[in-house]
Design a protein around this ligand. Structure first.
Ligand code: GUN
Ligand code: FE
Length: 445
């Protein structure tokens, strides 16, 4: 088995004791074989991490790779206008090639910033192309095609017949679930309650049980959205999802801002996963999720950047910093969301969201080797001497401080050079195709 030895780094283990120490990490195949002060072994490859920090790969639990190509095309709108006027027509204009390029653009950005895993929602069509990009790049993703069979203002290019939506989802699941040594997992992805019929949601519930896969959707992000659910379904959004039997450990809900006390309790009691997307929530003027209150109830919270057109980056360092800062300001409490808690949500919390807490999220023997090597020796993190490394990672570090990224035991970026992806051609392809896509969507560039 291939042996990779990372020497002399400061290891942020995120083990139970939250140990941080200077040492070596031995990777054998796709697993972390040994973590200790000094490992003497013949390795196929050695990375010198002296003066650098080794962290568990960052896990973003709500992403739309399909929207990466549309960064900057939908600024300064609130959610429902943002969807109807820009994002839905843009998604509807995707071809297989443009969705493939969009996925590669998003993946490259995230690998460069130390993100090793995502939970991704694709668009309605051409999901095969996006998953192909995930497969080729060596990235880890829980992903699925978006499902939309109901509601107002859904463009023809996205509106589906319920049976077709299910059929296509199951076809993709059968083709991809578990592929790439388990790096790819399929999840059903109904977009949100207001664009899904009861029939679709119930069938998704049953199929997710049948195939033992996750369900990934948006919930209670926007006040207009929850009003529509109330009018149309006669109850609050999370109560509706709970009544349908969708809540539970296999369900991940992006956002969860507009919750009442009963809904917060439902999420915590059922073990439903919440993906907090702080910068998207700020930019779409959606609001600020009650994350400390959810954590107080022992809810499972993790973090994601959401889509490029509502952020406009897919940068976990930015999300971590914002996740801390916005709560301090909201609650007028500087001790709320300390760096240690935020870093936990970005690693172990993400692993739990993926239902992979026994395999990902920390640097410990037996876990899968998903890691990043970060060079904190920069002006914006300095002075570094005797600094609290977790504080640096959450409050001052930037994604550009990441030097090397390892996924499933394979180096996907080394010394800032992408290995599995060609950065230059991704940039060229994205620039070449975006104008055509906007034109097809009827959106002026
Ligand atoms: N709700 C339904 N679809 C979307 C989406 O694409 N992005 C966000 N932020 N919220 C949504
Ligand atoms: Fe989203």
């Amino acid at each position: 088995m291939n042996k990779l030895l990372i020497k002399n780094g400061t290891i942020v283990t995120m083990n139970k004791e939250r140990e941080i120490f200077k040492g070596d990490v031995l990777v054998e195949g796709n697993k972390i074989k040994k973590v200790s002060k000094d490992i003497e072994v013949e390795a196929d490859q050695i990375i010198d991490a002296s003066e650098k920090v080794i962290i568990p790969g960052l896990i973003q639990t709500h992403i739309h790779l399909t929207q990466a190509l549309y960064r900057g095309q939908a600024d300064d709108l609130e959610l429902l206008d943002w969807l109807k006027k820009k994002v839905w027509p843009l998604e509807g204009s995707h071809q297989a090639e443009s969705n493939y390029i969009s996925a590669k653009l998003g993946i490259a950005e995230m690998i460069k910033g130390g993100t090793t895993s995502i939970i991704d929602m694709e668009t309605v069509h051409h999901t095969d192309a996006a998953i192909e990009a995930i497969y080729e790049s060596g990235f880890r993703a829980v992903t699925g095609k978006c499902m939309m069979d109901y509601g107002d203002d859904v463009p023809e290019t996205l509106m589906e017949n319920t049976d077709d939506s299910i059929k296509e989802s199951v076809k993709l699941l059968k083709k991809w679930h578990g592929k790439g040594n388990g790096r790819i997992q399929y999840a059903f992805a109904p977009r949100f309650v207001i664009s899904c019929s009861d029939d679709l949601l119930k069938r998704v519930r049953d199929l997710s049980k049948e195939y033992d896969v996750m369900v990934h959707t948006h919930a209670s992000e926007n006040q207009g959205e929850i009003q529509i659910v109330q009018q149309d379904r006669g109850m609050r959004n999370i109560v509706f999802l709970d009544k349908l039997g969708l809540t539970g450990e296999k369900l991940i809900l992006a956002h969860c801002i507009w919750l009442d006390d009963e809904e917060m309790k439902i999420l915590a009691d059922t073990g439903t996963k919440v993906s907090h997307c702080p910068n998207s929530n700020l930019k779409l003027a959606s609001g600020i999720a009650k994350v400390p209150e959810l954590l107080e109830l022992n809810a499972n919270v993790s973090i994601g950047a959401d889509g490029a057109p509502c952020n406009n980056n897919l940068d976990m360092f930015e999300e971590m910093r914002s996740a801390a800062l916005i709560q301090k300001a909201r609650l007028h409490s500087p001790t709320t969301m300390p760096a240690e808690k935020v870093f936990e949500l970005a690693t172990l919390g993400g692993a739990k969201a993926m239902c992979m807490e026994d395999k990902l999220g920390s640097i410990e023997e037996g876990k899968i080797a998903d890691m990043a090597i970060v060079d904190l020796n920069k002006l914006h993190n300095s002075p570094c001497k005797d600094m609290n490394i977790i504080s640096q990672l959450v409050y001052s570090a930037k994604s550009t401080d990441v030097d090397t990224t390892i996924i499933d035991g394979k180096i996907v970026m080394l010394n800032k050079n992408l290995i599995t992806l060609n950065e230059r051609s991704i940039l060229n392809d994205a620039n070449r195709i975006v104008g055509k896509q906007c034109k097809l969507a009827g959106i002026k560039k």
